[in-house]
Write a protein that binds this ligand. Structure first.
Ligand SMILES: [Zn+2]
Length: 451
């Protein structure tokens, strides 16, 4: 199993367990056909210790897809089993007991729910028509019951009815891992409503797919370009449309509201990129090219207590400063998504749709980037007069669901981005400035000698 972690050290952990697990005893929500029993490793029909190259790619896909959903939060999505480092991996029963002792932790078992029925056939232990199952609000605190910190993502629909027809689809499974863990963080389904009537328990999102289409993580979570967090109210224990059931509810997963021992507060994550002109981050370069390993950040709603999906001003920004000597064109591409594997390439679609604007040194807007028809990246290219400039990365400003038959619904444009580009210059200091820099360096050196 590739060893991957999206935010090592974060207080919340979603462990994606693809290597098979023997769940002894009853799980809190009994299935239609018994207890969980033995889940084989991803794509396996027999216990094995190995994955082939195609399977490893799909494990990377499903991890990055789930990691992107939770990247705006102080949550690490990992394939690294914490029971190993803790010396609690002697048996699966040991591991299960250890997982249940951890606050702020979920063990997501990914594999087929098909089991031998004892008559030469196969039966699904939980349900004929489920892609996964999780308890609600199970992630926080120390587990009060058996298997409280374990949920399941079923893969057989993506592998063929007998789990032997091809490799699991990592994009889809990753989205369902995000969905099941949204339940663990306390969310119910988001549906499609027609006035006061719930028409679809799982919202289907926009009427049409393709570029710029959205569907909620906690709805159908598939068949649209972006599977992302939606604002709103739908679902809930009473299926009322006014129940707060979105990132605001998710952020309420904390000590103050649940009172369980050991729980951490869930927050939006932060980045190190400046948010305005005064704190702009110098565009990281390698030679004259943008360094995409460093030129990256995160866009989240500005408010944790009342996150607003619509309006780019309701989101944080990333502000970069750059210099051109005016001799060549500068080219800058704003890519939506994380770049965990290849710094120059997005890992799938991600959750952000973003906007690029160029400002001069007086703070006046001089140009905007051109969004690709895919909606996945935005590019700016021009030859500018010699001088200092700013590139502003902001949220596209939210998306209104395009499904005429149903009540309005609004999606967040939030998540990770990174920059690529070329043609930038490093400003050579004027002689006067150089003298100041040399003076500053000598002071630093002097202080080091004395320390
Ligand atoms: Zn669900």
């Amino acid at each position: 199993v590739p060893q991957l972690s999206s935010r090592p050290g974060a207080p919340f952990t979603i462990y994606i367990n693809v290597a098979g697990f023997d769940y002894s005893g009853a799980w809190a929500d009994p299935g239609d056909n018994g207890d969980p029993g033995v889940t084989l490793g991803l794509n396996d029909t027999q216990p094995t210790d190995t994955f082939n190259a195609t399977e490893v790619d799909e494990i990377k896909n499903l991890w990055s897809r789930a990691a992107q959903s939770y990247y705006p939060f102080n949550v690490s999505v990992t394939t690294v089993d914490p029971a190993v480092a803790a010396g609690q991996a002697g048996s699966d029963a040991d591991r299960l007991a250890y997982y249940d002792s951890l606050p702020n932790f979920m063990n997501t078992i990914v594999g087929s729910q098909l089991r031998d029925d004892g008559n030469g056939g196969l039966v699904k232990w939980f349900s004929d028509d489920a892609d996964g199952v999780s308890q609600i609000a199970a992630v926080t605190g120390v587990a009060p019951g058996v298997g409280h910190h374990t949920n399941f993502m079923f893969t057989e629909e993506q592998q063929g009815s007998n789990a032997t027809n091809g490799v699991a689809n990592g994009d889809y499974i990753g989205a369902i891992i995000s969905h099941e863990n949204a339940h663990a963080f306390g969310l119910y389904h988001q549906g499609d409503w027609d006035n006061g009537t719930l028409v679809n328990e799982y919202s289907l999102g926009d009427d049409n797919g393709g570029p710029g289409s959205y569907v909620p993580i906690i709805g159908q979570a598939s068949d649209r370009q972006r599977v992302t967090w939606r604002a709103g109210d739908t679902g809930g224990p009473n299926d009322t449309e006014t129940f707060v059931n979105d990132v605001e509810a998710l952020l309420a997963t904390n000590v103050a509201t649940n009172g369980r021992a050991g729980a951490a507060d869930l927050h939006f994550a932060t980045d190190t990129i400046g948010d305005d002109m005064g704190t702009a981050t110098p565009l990281p370069l390698i030679g004259s090219d943008v360094d995409p390993s460093l030129a990256k950040g995160l866009i989240v709603p500005r408010s944790e207590s009342a996150p607003e999906p619509i309006g780019f001003g309701n989101y944080t920004e990333g502000r970069f400063s750059f210099y051109t000597d005016g001799m060549d064109a500068v080219s800058l591409t704003l890519n939506n998504g994380t770049n965990f594997f290849d710094p120059t390439m997005a890992d799938g679609v991600g959750t952000l749709r973003s906007f690029l604007e160029i400002y001069d040194e007086n703070g006046d807007s001089i140009a905007t980037g051109v969004e690709d028809s895919s909606t996945l990246f935005t590019t700016y290219m021009d030859t500018l007069a010699e001088g200092n400039y700013f590139a502003q990365v902001s949220s596209f400003g939210g998306h209104m669901q395009d499904a005429a038959a149903f009540n309005d619904a609004f999606y967040f444009d939030m998540g990770a981005y990174f920059l690529t580009g070329s043609g930038f210059d490093v400003q050579v200091p004027e002689p006067g400035t150089m003298a100041l820099i040399l003076l500053a360096m000598s002071l630093v050196a002097g202080r080091r000698l004395r320390s």
